[in-house]
Design a protein around this ligand. Sequence first.
Ligand SMILES: [Fe+2]
Ligand SMILES: [Fe+2]
Length: 399
Amino acid sequence: MAEGRPLRAIFFDARDTLGNVDRPGHLVPFRPTTEQLLQSVKALGVKIGVITNLPDDVSAEAGKKMVTDAVLSQDPKSGKLRTIGDYIPAGHILTNHEAGVSKPDPRIYRKAAELLGVKPSEALFCGENLPECLGAAAAGLNYQLKPFPPGHEFLPALITKLGGSKTDSGRAFEALFEMEHMLGERIFAIGKKISEALKAQDPKKPIADGVRTAMGVFVYLIDHFADPTHLRAEEAVIPIAVARGMDPRKTQWVLNHHEQARAYWRSIDVAWNRILTGDADDREYAIGDFWRSTEAFVILFEHHAVRENDEFYPTAGSYFTDNDDTLLMNIISQIGWRDIGPFAGMVESAEQALGTRAAAAAATPRLMIKKSRGAAGSQPAVGSGGLRARRSTKKRAAR
Ligand SMILES: [Fe+2]
Ligand SMILES: [Fe+2]
């Protein structure tokens, strides 16, 4: 900080600092940390702005709207949505299109300071990207690197409930698992594509490169993400829910399905090894075992995930206090991989190998589910058409 000069403005980066961009022009703030952060900064009495680099095909206007419309929370009584725009007006947002240069070019930070009527030394830039912070320093601004995945700084605090509805307990653990299910849906789609290709495969001919790559990635995902990260974490919720009064018989189907899936995955692993070792006589049978086990797993788990979203999570959530929810988030953060971003990247690579990436790209410009498993992380926007649309319309049996 420049000597004797008070801080008069704080600028944030948007993507990965205030939230995730899950599709072009749509920012999903980290909850509840982004709102807590903006509240704290507002209380300091400084001006708040955003400096953002947009892709060529997103206009400055659309980029500003993406930031100001991003939903932070919902008032449980009135249903009113709070957005980033309640803290940061569109006029305080500078995009690279308007600046003519992108971060970390120092000129964009100076222009931003000018926009808010402060000297560079009276401003601070906060982002998760070190080069962008250093660019700010080169422009004479103060800077603060914000850790990513975000949220750890708020971990001891209770996690604010969001968007309670008839099909949603509003628990953070529930939102986190539903987020993982979104990645799961893409894994199911990959499994289906592989099954289709293998059904049509002439066992005497080599498997097409793209399909073979996708098979390897698929096996990796089920061995490293699906079981050790997702299923184990879900299973950690059950004893706490039962301790709080949930009928254990209502949890048995979850465990049964998990065991069934593990049996299919073991079968897929074995079939994959048989295919790789290339015994010509066995090949036809190995390929058949691969697609039959994959198809069986996908059929079961498409149903399983919806039933968990609709029934298991909200029912378990109804037995939890906010403290239990926070405790569970802490426990889940110790199980499997902390950040599933790399798995989202692998899913994307399998989609590319199968040629289905074009369709997926429309919805996900790049890594979509990159979040902290240690805190509220990135949860879906209220009414974003994301997770809520993926629930079945079936009402839960119990709450
Ligand atoms: Fe499950
Ligand atoms: Fe699940």
